[in-house]
Design a protein around this ligand. Structure first.
Ligand code: KG4
Length: 376
């Protein structure tokens, strides 16, 4: 049975008729909820799941269970921090996919239940669009904002600062996370064309796997980043892919890292301990070079000067530095997200939802979660 929620939109908000959007994100291992008022962020609360650290990667079953525990307190905290009652909400935006099915189902089911009980529309959001549109998150000016960057004991994203400039269309976005490495041509809030993407591993996945091989913790990205700051990026060379167009490949690099390390360990069993900073710096440099080369090619061919970066790997210091370097060399206007908006967060889901809300682009109650974009 198909239900069209367009019929049940009801005016909510406050006396001024403001639109309050609740965003919910649960695609992987972060449970996050955010509230926007007329497009301005009032709260963004995230509970991260430390349970996966012991396993060297996200365990889907454990992630779903943790989402179940976190979703109610996280949404409550987001509403409280925003200073609104749930009855004031105008719509609920939620990540429908892609991601881990069990994790998504928690957020999707919660969103459906809450929307049904309040009689308000639901807005489905593609998680990857959320990452790209994180560049449009506007925090309310400090005088109007309830955001205090407070920490409730869980790992809450700190929020502070004032308004920033957003890119204008069309722009290019390098979307790099644990599951994706894409060059996206962003034509509008809704029209996004993937012009290049990895044919095997994602950049974040490669970093995480190399970190695991070195016996470092999970996720590897922040650890490699920290070690790389003290290492020589030219100490070692690893294989770089040679594929056509704007596509990426990181599996060859991962294998080259593994095989080289195996040989070096034969001569020196403590090789990793002796060289971990240089290994991290050289690995980071190789990955950043691969990412930037294709991005530069796309920007040059398409004659686009506004270039953004998004996703978990956009927190990487080497990659951020490379963006500044390319801005100087090629006259790019660059857009680098705040750290709190690099990893998965509900603020990006809420802002994407807000744009769809303005278009009355709602989804039916029957909308299922999807783990891959192709299942949408
Ligand atoms: O976007 P994200 O939080 O999750 C999804 O994959 O959806 O990205 C996680 C990825 C992980 O591979 C993690 O190691 C990487 O982002 N990462 C970093 C850094 N912080 C997180 N990679 C490099 N440098 C960092 N500072």
């Amino acid at each position: 049975m198909k239900t069209d929620n367009r019929q049940i939109i009801s005016p909510r908000g406050d006396a001024e008729g403001a639109a309050y959007i609740l965003g919910i994100e649960s695609s992987c291992d972060d449970t996050s909820a955010a509230v926007l008022k007329d497009g301005f962020l009032l709260s963004n609360v995230t509970a991260s799941q430390a349970v996966h650290e012991a396993y060297g990667g996200v365990v889907p079953e454990l992630a779903s269970r943790a989402h179940q525990q976190n979703i109610v307190p996280v949404v409550d905290a987001a509403l409280k921090q925003a200073g609104i009652e749930r009855e004031q909400l105008s719509a609920i935006a939620f990540t429908r996919g892609p991601g881990l099915m069990g994790s998504l189902l928690v957020g999707v089911s919660f969103a459906k239940g809450l929307a049904a009980s309040l009689g308000i529309p639901m807005i489905d959001v593609n998680h990857l669009h959320g990452h790209v549109l994180a560049h449009f998150i506007k925090e309310a000016p400090p005088s109007n904002s309830p955001l205090k960057g407070e920490d409730s004991g869980q790992k809450i994203s700190p929020l502070r600062g004032d308004l920033e400039v957003s890119p204008s269309f069309p722009f290019l976005c390098l979307l790099v996370s644990g599951g994706n490495s894409q060059i996206v041509l962003v034509k509008s809030y809704k029209e996004m064309e993937i012009i290049g993407q990895t044919i095997d591993d994602a950049a974040g996945e490669a970093i995480d796997k190399c970190s695991k091989v070195m016996g470092l913790g999970y996720p590897g990205g922040p650890i490699i980043d920290k070690l790389a700051r003290q290492g020589n990026p030219d100490a070692f060379t690893f294989a770089k892919p040679n594929i056509a167009g704007y596509d990426y490949s990181f599996s060859g690099l991962k294998t080259s890292f593994l095989y080289n390390l195996r040989d070096w360990l034969k001569d020196d069993p403590d090789f990793i301990e002796h060289h971990k900073c240089d290994l991290a710096a050289s690995l980071e440099k190789t990955i950043v070079d691969i990412l930037m080369k294709k991005l530069r090619l796309a920007a040059r061919d398409l004659k686009i000067k506004q270039v953004a970066v998004a996703g978990g790997v956009s927190a990487n210091t080497g990659l951020r530095n490379a963006f500044h370097d390319y801005a100087r060399r090629y006259g790019w206007q660059i857009f680098i997200p705040r750290f709190s908006y690099t990893t998965d967060n509900a603020a990006m889901i809420a802002i994407t939802g807000y744009f769809k809300y303005l278009d009355k682009d709602f989804c039916p109650m029957s909308a299922p979660a999807y783990s891959r974009v192709s299942e949408q």
